[in-house]
Design a protein around this ligand. Structure first.
Ligand code: NAD
Ligand code: UDP
Length: 319
């Protein structure tokens, strides 16, 4: 049985990846310090024989007894309000955490895939974003702690590949959504749906002309699964190119939820990227991958998930 370590396993993407690798017959070792994740996301896995969990901070030395074939490094705060609240931890998990996991991969002769992000492109001047675009990041801006941690993460990963021959994969994930996102993590999809469910107005930041391209989680997981099993060590964009302005997206949410609330405008956060759309030619050519789930379908499933939460969870303030 192949053994895979998934860091950030109690988070949104890590929990879906854990499910997928369990389904494929792997022995899954989840690791998480629960700083933004929740054990609820993986509680259904605890009863399985081929799952175990380590409550551990990956910025501290990481060791796993026995054979290890693959590592997926997904531990990191991922939403702007999270990484603004815990900036140093964000920098540390991308740098020290990645260093620890690359060291583990080297010792175990495991293949490692690291979760990078479209944020390495910053506020992009090239549109749509191709992997060969170097990006436009403000190192000292509020988002710099996340963006630069991820850029460093890519560099050290390539260095381990080049100098130590470690088998590495780098996925640049574009905005992904679905069940198990945290309702109060500040990202636009939980924010808008939470507001609609609580009967609050939807908060658009800026004039709403900024764009994003939202990928349903199952498509993202499929892309990551294929990339891990490919032989390509350079970064690959995985995301859905279906681009929409935040203003139009708010209208879609109003229709989906049937809320009678209106939209209200708040200032645009500093360095909030004005446009974002993945060029996925590389993923198509290398992995024969493209997203299958349309936004209308994915958003319906996501809305059902948020509706199923208790009213206590719905009203919970962000910690
Ligand atoms: P998430 O916050 O739901 O999950 C992250 C998990 O990592 C959490 O469970 C958290 O507790 C854990 N974690 C954080 N620091 C840790 C540490 N030092 N040690 C151990 N565990 C730690 O976020 P997510 O959306 O699932 O994102 C997962 C990964 O994917 C992140 O690396 C993120 O940067 C990347 N990513 C996500 C998106 C997206 O749209 N969801 C986009 C781009 C990149
Ligand atoms: N956004 C918004 N209202 C909110 C939350 C977010 O208008 O209540 C905007 C945000 O400014 C950004 C876009 O929605 O332009 C996507 O934000 P998110 O935090 O989901 O992702 P990211 O900015 O990291 O792509």
């Amino acid at each position: 049985m192949k053994r895979i370590l998934i860091t950030g396993a109690a988070g949104f993407l890590g929990s879906h990846l854990s499910d997928r690798f369990i389904k494929e017959g792997y022995y899954v070792i989840g690791m998480d310090n629960l700083i933004t994740g929740d054990l609820k996301n993986i509680e259904h896995l605890f009863k399985l024989k081929n799952f175990e969990f380590y409550h551990h901070d990956v910025t501290k030395f990481v060791n796993i007894p026995g054979q290890l074939d693959y590592i997926l490094h997904f531990a990191s705060p991922a939403s702007p309000i999270d990484y603004l609240k815990i900036p140093i931890q964000t920098l540390k998990v991308g740098s020290l955490g990645t260093h620890n996991l690359l060291g583990l991969a080297r010792v175990k002769k495991a293949r490692i895939l690291i979760a990078s992000t479209s944020e390495v492109y910053g506020d992009p001047l090239v549109h749509p974003q191709t992997e060969d675009y170097y990006g436009n990041v403000n190192t000292i801006g509020p988002r710099g702690v996340y963006d630069e941690a991820k850029r460093f993460q890519e560099s050290i990963t390539m260095a381990y590949h080049t100098f130590h021959g470690v088998e590495t994969r780098i996925v640049r994930i574009f905005n992904t959504y679905g069940p198990r996102m945290r309702l109060n993590d500040g990202r636009v999809i939980p924010a808008f749906i939470g507001q609609a469910l609580r009967g609050e107005d939807l908060t658009i930041f800026g004039d709403g002309s900024q764009t994003r391209s939202f990928c349903y989680v199952d498509d993202q997981v499929e892309g990551i699964y294929r990339l891990l099993h490919s032989d390509y060590p350079y970064p690959v964009n995985i995301g859905n190119p279906d681009e929409i302005s935040i203003k139009d997206f708010a209208e879609e949410i109003i229709k989906l939820t049937g809320t009678s609330q209106k939209v209200v405008y708040h200032p645009l956060p500093v360095n909030d990227p004005l446009q974002r759309q993945p060029d996925i030619s590389k993923a198509k050519a290398l992995l024969d991958w493209e997203p299958r789930v349309k936004r209308a379908e994915g958003m319906k499933i996501t809305y059902e998930y948020f509706k199923s939460l208790s009213s206590e969870e719905l009203m919970k303030e962000e910690h």
